[in-house]
Every structure is written in C-alpha cells, then in structure tokens.
Design a protein around this ligand. Structure first.
Ligand SMILES: [Zn+2]
Length: 258
C-alpha cells in the first residue's frame, strides 16, 4: 500500500507533462489545447471528408469545377502541401476545409460570391482554420472532456473508434467566435498573398448577410456580428494592399472565370 502515494505522484506528473506539452499557440498568439497529433487529425479529416462525399453528390458541371479548382489552387499554392478540392452539388451556402488537406465547396456558395476574389476570400478563410489548428483544438477539448486526458495522451495512439469519434466531432462542432476572427485575419492575408483583391473580403460578407436573411448558413452561424467583421476586414486593408500589389507584381494574377 505504501506504493500508492508514489504511484499517484507519477500519474499526476505524467498527466501534467501531457497537458503542458499539449498546449499550442495559434498564429496570432492564442493558447490552444492540443492532445491530438497532426497525423491523427489528418486521419479524422479524411474520414470526415469521406462521409461528406457520401452525403452530398459532386457537381458534374465542368465549368464550375474548373472555376473552383482554379481559385482553390491559387490559395493552396501559397501554403504548400497536397489539397483535394471537391465541389458539392448543393444549394447550401457553404464551404469547409479539413485537416489532411481537404476542401469542400458547395455550389450554393457561388451564388453569393460575386467574383474570383470573393471565392478566394472564403477558401482562404476555411484553409486558415486548418492551418491555425482550430480543428485540432476543438477536437482536443471535446475528446478530453468525454474520454479524459490520460486516455487521449496515451502512447499507444488512437483506436479506429476514437478516430471515428473525432471525425464526427469535426463535422459537428462549430468554431468559436475567436477562431472565426482569427481565420478572417489570416484568410484575408492569404488571399492577398495569392493575388486576390483583399478589398473583396468585406464585400463578400456583405453579400453573405443579404443572402442569409434571417436563417444564417453554417458559414455564418458562429461568426462575429457581421458589422464588426466587415469593419475589421476594412481596417486590415492599409496593411494588406501592399501585400496584394507585391503579389501582382510578382506575377500572381489568378484568372479564374466562373
Ligand atoms: Zn469560419
């Protein structure tokens, strides 16, 4: 019995180390809980993408596919890595990006984005959620709450069931308001670097407000109040116009036609 207190100390220490090493910092300096490895997040993202594909048919419109691929390609070239882009045939005004390099765009979104720059703003925003580790943080928080930290941080890795649970959480859990503001800032920067006009970002959210008309699409559901968001996106412009002009000067002039 004398070993109990000792054992307890070890367990506590291990848990503490797990928690300390599990804290990450987002690109704009916010602290996040990170209990799921990048490899596990990718597996969850890929599983979630598979189930989205089962739920919603792809768009067979070649023109639409070319257009969205062109815009997404210009954005992802800036961040590197392999990204798969699927255009879903659905009236929903929505788009998403998942860990593991997956991007989904619903054809309904194209009725709201007035030009390639506005579509670039949405895809930049979604990709920024992934790059900033927002999905990893929200899955970590929820899985830690449901399963406990020690299970998650065990050296044996995650069972297929846990990956499946994480994939579901990826699809269900909304981003926080803080995540949304951060993705706005990073996404607008990303679109400017890719040669899309950052002045179109506030205009996009104006269109989005009009289109949502009371029943907000998922893209808007947890987002900051539209007027604050538009104000913030406008406030970034003096800093981003030189980034945009530099990109254009370097030959980054996306020419994607709807
Ligand atoms: Zn968002």
């Amino acid at each position: 019995m004398a070993s109990w207190p000792h054992r307890r100390t070890i367990v506590l220490t291990v848990t503490l180390i797990a928690l300390i090493s599990a804290c990450a910092t987002s690109p704009t300096g916010r602290r996040q809980l990170r209990l799921v490895s990048d490899a596990e997040m990718s597996q969850m993202g890929i599983a979630a993408f598979q189930s989205m594909k089962k739920e919603t048919p792809p768009s067979s419109n070649a023109r639409v596919n070319r257009y969205v691929q062109c815009v997404a390609g210009a954005i992802t070239r800036e961040v590197g890595g392999n990204w798969e882009v699927q255009i879903f045939d659905s009236k929903d005004i929505n788009a998403f990006a998942l860990p593991g390099g997956k991007i989904g765009v619903y054809t309904g979104l194209l009725k709201v984005t007035a030009n390639q720059d506005q579509l670039g703003a949405v895809i930049g925003h979604e990709v920024s959620h992934v790059l900033a580790g927002h999905s990893a943080a929200r899955v970590s928080n929820e899985m830690a709450a449901q399963l406990g930290v020690s299970v998650l941080s065990s050296a044996t890795g995650m069972s297929p069931d846990m990956i499946g649970m994480g994939a579901n959480l990826l699809l269900l859990l909304p981003y926080s308001r803080g995540d949304e503001s951060e993705a706005d800032v990073l996404g607008q920067q990303l679109m400017a670097r890719a040669g899309f006009d950052p002045r179109e970002a506030p205009k996009l959210w104006q269109n989005m407000m009009k289109a949502s008309n009371g029943a907000p699409p998922e893209l808007l559901s947890t987002h900051p109040s539209p007027s604050t968001r538009i104000q913030d996106l406008n406030a970034n412009l003096p800093r981003l116009m030189p980034v945009y002009e530099q990109a254009r000067a370097a030959g980054k002039r996306p020419d994607c036609r709807p």
